[in-house]
Design a binder for this molecule. Sequence first.
Ligand code: DAH
Length: 377
Amino acid sequence: MELSKLKDKALRDIAKIDSVERLEALRIHYLGRKGEVTKLFTTLPKLNEEERKIRGQELNVLKREIEKVLLARGKTLEHEKLGTLVKAEKLDVTLPGARPSLGHLHITSQAIEEISRIFAQIGFNRVRYPEIDWDYYAFESLNMPKGHPARDEWETFFMPWEHPRLGRMVLTPHTSNGQVREMERRKPPIRMTNIAKCYRRQSDISHVPMFHQFEGLLVDRAVSVANLKGTLDYFACAFFGPDRKIRLRPFHFRFTEPSFEVDVSCGVCGGTGFVFNPSQPPLNLRGEEQSEPPLRLRGGVGELQERCRLCKSGWLELGGAGMVHPNVLKAGGLDPKEWRGFAFGWGVERTYMMKAGLRIDDIRVLYSNDLSFLEQF
Ligand code: DAH
């Protein structure tokens, strides 16, 4: 090919190139070791001296020209590339930002924070005790000696280690293990909350094998059931709302005497056990259906009402409480003639669900990491 034609072709090719990478390929095509121009240099030895000199010079001029144009095109392309980059990456501060999706605390953690804060306000400081503890703290020191049938109810996970004095190691089935530990740690007056994980051999729609409890313990000189009731009333108002009430029912626990089951008035029906529902056949206050629906609005027997589906009775069961048993005080190194105390222990998950008026069909969903459920709280 004529050198001028080759040059024209090369310049046209270079002008058409639109990327630095393709420009490099083109350079190799013309000037590389086997390139179009390089190839021509190999023909030089065949010429006589005179011709070789002229042809050699022409080829060098051609080569340099192509190199020059390649270089210039390269610069232009670099510039253009930078230009588009700048355009693409320009920060427009006036555009609305993309919100990153934010996580939040799990409902159980939210409840734990709130419960600790409420008790901290009346001087109960939060302590932490082992969630894997010796039998002694979980049972024996709480007036539940080995072989006592009450211990069967706890459905405990036992660990393969045993201490000669403290017995077997267990995954704590309740937070009451903190009671004697706290008495051993410091002198009264004691006001503590122990909020921790608990474990029991149970898994069904209303039980999970790992759940949380919060335990309260107060030990002082003149402590009575009235103090316990007052503290629980305070908690109910602070946590559930000012119109909620606490009720103590006699019960039995080995580590308290007297012992109580604690109920809170239902937030859905206001503690009456009935809710207004015009689409349901009316019930009387004994929950029996009334044949003649007297058309009266809310306010008394005979109104259009149905049994509250959350509580069925006006009250929701929270957990246990009582006056610390003298044997437990003794185990903690305290003289029961000098010191008295009250304690209570409830489930965190259960208490939270009662606050929210939640009826979760299967409580295991709390710990199944299902975001569509958890994001609602
Ligand atoms: N530990 C009991 C349980 O898990 C609850 C309990 C009852 C705790 C009475 C207490 C108490 O502190 O006084 O069922």
